[in-house]
Design a protein around this ligand. Structure first.
Ligand code: DAH
Length: 367
């Protein structure tokens, strides 16, 4: 601590001298300030009303100065006051800036470190093929519809002309929802075995004419093998209008197969049976592996069976007669295809299970 000496001489030189002594003391103090507590003590030492250095300077220098010297002394005191206040302000900034620096240093992030790279996914091959099939029909003016996976017996079977207990139901081994026995059989819930129920659902909502494709997931109680899975996907199609003929069906599907597999692919239609179409057909495409010459994949027949189709059975229209589906005035065709089957042919996938196992080595090939 330094004291404020009494002034004995009032010449400018001696005033400068005592002021310089005080400023030197001020500077010496600012150098050793470390923290807020140091700074407060420093501030009080110089600015406190009682016994602060500036107060003492006022009293011992200014008040005691004889009249003629007051001006010179006052000028020195004001100068000193300004210097002290500046020094206190600077010291404050320095201490607080350095604590902010410490905080920043503690929270420092190294933004030059490489980030966590998340590989961008791609559409699953099944969905990709499903979208592709849908796009082919959209380009022909079809709209896209959907329906529930948990379906009633009525939509999945009855309205598609599968009467209760009809043996045609046995071709689709059905997973039933438990605890439905108390309901009338048409209201019982099951997992839809095909996308065909959405045909009736759509016709109930929309009068003819109609062109619609219906992509979706279906379920059957089939054990998993190289070509069967209890869950798989279908794309259904339905076109209803006046004067729709089997030629329209053939032309539409032939075009769709060429769009999907390439223009050299051929189609042919074999008689078949589905309760909801009459006549019904299985459509085959010329083997996309050997071009029809015969190979292991087509079992040397040159043809591969791909989908079911036919002209909508008038009995089906009867279920939606009230919505304008009068089978004496309109006709239609329908078809349904398995998406996995088409994906397996397109990408030469050997086993259906590869689509569901989620093995990245398999899926990566579609990236
Ligand atoms: N729903 C049939 C199945 O899953 C496929 C099918 C055949 C759909 C003929 C149709 C059709 O619309 O007309 O086996």
């Amino acid at each position: 601590m330094y004291s404020v000496p009494k002034l004995e001489h009032y010449s400018p030189e001696s005033l400068d001298h005592v002021v310089a002594d005080l400023l030197a003391a001020l500077d010496a103090e600012t150098v050793v300030l470390r923290n807020d507590a140091d700074w407060k003590a420093f501030r009080d030492r110089w600015l406190a009303r009682k016994n602060g250095v500036l107060t003492l300077v006022n009293e011992t220098w200014l008040k005691a100065a004889p009249g003629p010297a007051k001006r010179e002394v006052g000028r020195r005191v004001n100068e000193l006051k300004a210097r002290v206040e500046a020094a206190i302000g600077d010291a404050h900034n320095k201490i607080h800036a350095s604590s902010a620096d410490a905080l920043l240093a503690a929270e420092r992030l190294d933004i030059t470190l490489p980030g966590i790279q998340r590989p961008i996914g791609v559409k699953h091959p099944v969905l990709r093929v499903m979208d592709e099939i849908v796009a082919v029909f959209k380009a022909m003016g079809y709209s896209v519809g959907e329906g529930p996976e948990v379906e009633t017996d009525y939509y999945n079977f009855e309205s598609l002309n599968f009467p209760p207990n009809h043996p045609a139901r046995d071709t689709q081994d059905t997973l039933l929802i438990a605890g439905q026995e108390h309901k009338p059989s048409r209201d019982r819930l099951l997992l839809r075995t095909h996308t065909s129920p959405v045909q009736i659902r759509t016709m109930e909502k929309q009068p003819p004419p109609l062109r619609i494709v219906i992509p979706g997931k279906v379920h059957r109680n089939d054990p998993l093998d190289a070509t069967h899975s209890p869950i798989f996907h279908q794309v259904e199609g339905l076109a209803v209008d006046t004067n729709i003929t089997f030629c329209d069906l053939k032309g539409t599907l032939d075009h769709a197969m060429k769009a999907l597999f390439g223009s050299s692919v051929k189609t042919r239609f074999y008689p078949s049976f589905f309760p909801f179409t009459e006549p019904s057909a299985d459509m085959q495409v010329s083997c996309i592996f050997c071009g029809g010459k015969g190979c292991r994949k087509c079992k040397n027949s040159g043809w591969i069976e791909l989908l079911g189709c036919g002209m909508v059975d008038p009995n089906v229209f009867d279920f939606v007669k009230d919505n304008g589906y009068d089978s004496s005035k309109i006709s239609g065709f329908a078809f349904g295809m398995g998406v996995e089957r088409i994906a397996m042919l397109k990408y030469e996938v050997e086993g259906i299970q590869l689509f569901y196992e989620g093995d990245v080595r398999f899926l990566e090939q579609f990236a």
